[in-house]
Design a protein around this ligand. Structure first.
Ligand SMILES: [Zn+2]
Ligand SMILES: [Zn+2]
Length: 191
């Protein structure tokens, strides 16, 4: 398997585009760009088309790779097309909503620390997908409340009075609670 000139061109185009968004170019951006492009090709998406409304991505890390996935696919948290699962693994799953077809992609390659980033980019661009990526065909059950579109479930917390969207309210003894009021928040209110 060899890498076509078009695939190399696509890789550089998106790696540079992501560099702007992410703030620097690094190994995570290189492998993330490679992973996202490979998945898009398998699912038949054109990465140059900016409205991939049929695509949902689950990312498993809040590190560089995720910015590459976002930059290549155009999927974002706010559009509900990007989901963050806090596994701490450099992997992402790409799902075509209309067919349910899905691929989980992670990288299997370690890079020599002495390589410059230009050498990494060249290496990644010229390495066939199957020699540096693990691509698994998977199935993902996306909860209805996680899909894009208007919110289906809204509630008001009986303690703080704030609105809780998308089925995230918890009901106890007939009352609605936001998770922070019921289980404790990640923040502490000062005075
Ligand atoms: Zn980075
Ligand atoms: Zn509350």
């Amino acid at each position: 398997m060899t890498v076509s000139a078009k695939e190399i061109e696509d890789f550089y185009y998106f790696a540079r585009k992501v560099e702007e968004f992410h703030g620097h170019i690094c190994v995570g951006i290189a492998t993330g760009t490679k992973s996202a492009l490979a998945a898009m090709r398998k699912l038949g998406f054109n990465p140059y088309e900016k409205k991939n409304k049929d695509l949902i991505v689950y990312v498993e890390t809040a590190r560089c790779m995720t910015d590459a996935v976002q930059g290549v696919t155009g999927c974002t948290l706010g559009k509900r097309s990007l989901k963050y699962i806090d596994y701490g693994r450099f992997a992402a799953t790409f799902i075509k909503l209309s067919t349910g077809e899905a691929y989980r992609v992670t990288t299997t390659k370690d890079f020599d620390k002495n390589l410059t980033i230009d050498e990494v980019l060249k290496l990644v661009s010229e390495t066939p997908d199957d020699e540096m990526l693990k691509i698994q065909k998977v199935e993902v059950d996306i909860p209805e409340n996680d899909l894009p579109g208007p919110p289906k479930d809204k509630a008001e917390c009986s303690v703080c009075g704030e609105r809780v969207m998308d089925g995230r309210a918890v009901f106890k003894d007939g009352k609605a609670y936001c998770k922070s009021c019921l289980y404790g928040a990640y923040y502490k209110v000062k005075d």
